[in-house]
Design a protein around this ligand. Structure first.
Ligand SMILES: CC(C)(COP(=O)(O)OP(=O)(O)OC[C@H]1O[C@@H](n2cnc3c(N)ncnc32)[C@H](O)[C@@H]1OP(=O)(O)O)[C@@H](O)C(=O)NCCC(=O)NCCS
Length: 171
């Protein structure tokens, strides 16, 4: 994959089908109904990004500003097409999203299954770039779910240094 051929933009409602399709081909992702992706692409598009090559969706990150803490961006779900994994796209998606939300947002949170090395390493790579430590705690335990579900561990990064804004197409 040549990174320069990839376009990063905020999703729109027409991307919802592709978001659902990409989520569906990831076994270790919670798959939400199609309607979820439609609403997300309408209401949370400014805090989310898609990566495309031509019309093909290669990856996405969905995030929101926490309603009770507008300095914290919660990274809800990230996925990269299996054919282009481990080539830096996941990292670029998170970094470009962080760049695009502005300096008022100073903390970034995500919950992960700690066994998900790719997700964990993507976040810790970001922490290195920000020159900060990663804080980690259990947010939701298995017993908080009705269905069988791994515990969700909260990873929190605090912004310590400015990142350069690069390459996000704004409307
Ligand atoms: C998690 C995910 C988005 C990462 O995207 P990616 O494009 O493959 O990741 P990158 O190439 O940008 O790599 C980011 C870091 O993770 C590491 N990494 C990537 N794939 C890895 C793997 N399979 N195992 C361990 N580490 C991995 C990279 O080495 C890099 O770390 P480094 O900077 O220290 O070298 C991708 O693996 C994915 O879509 N997984 C399925 C969905 C998922 O689990 N999402 C997370 C929960 S919401």
């Amino acid at each position: 994959m040549i990174q320069s051929e990839i376009r990063f933009e905020h999703p729109s409602v027409v991307d919802a089908k592709s978001l659902f399709r990409l989520a569906a081909c990831n076994d270790n992702l919670d798959l939400y109904p199609e309607y979820f992706y439609l609403v997300w692409a309408r209401d949370f598009r400014k805090t989310s990004l898609v990566a495309k090559s031509g019309d093909r969706l290669l990856g996405y990150i969905l995030a929101y500003i926490r309603p009770d803490d507008n300095r914290t961006l919660f990274l809800w779900q990230i996925a990269v097409d299996p054919s282009v994994r481990s080539s830096g796209l996941g990292f670029s998606l998170v970094k470009k999203l962080i760049d695009s939300v502005g300096e008022d947002v100073s903390a970034f949170e995500a919950t992960i299954d700690v066994c998900n090395d790719a997700a964990y390493n993507t976040l810790t790579s970001l922490a290195k770039q920000y020159e900060t430590n990663v804080s980690q705690k259990d947010l939701f335990l298995e017993s908080d779910f009705i269905s069988s579900h791994h515990k969700e561990t909260l990873i929190r990064l605090e912004r310590k240094k400015e990142l350069v804004n690069e390459g996000v197409e704004q409307e």
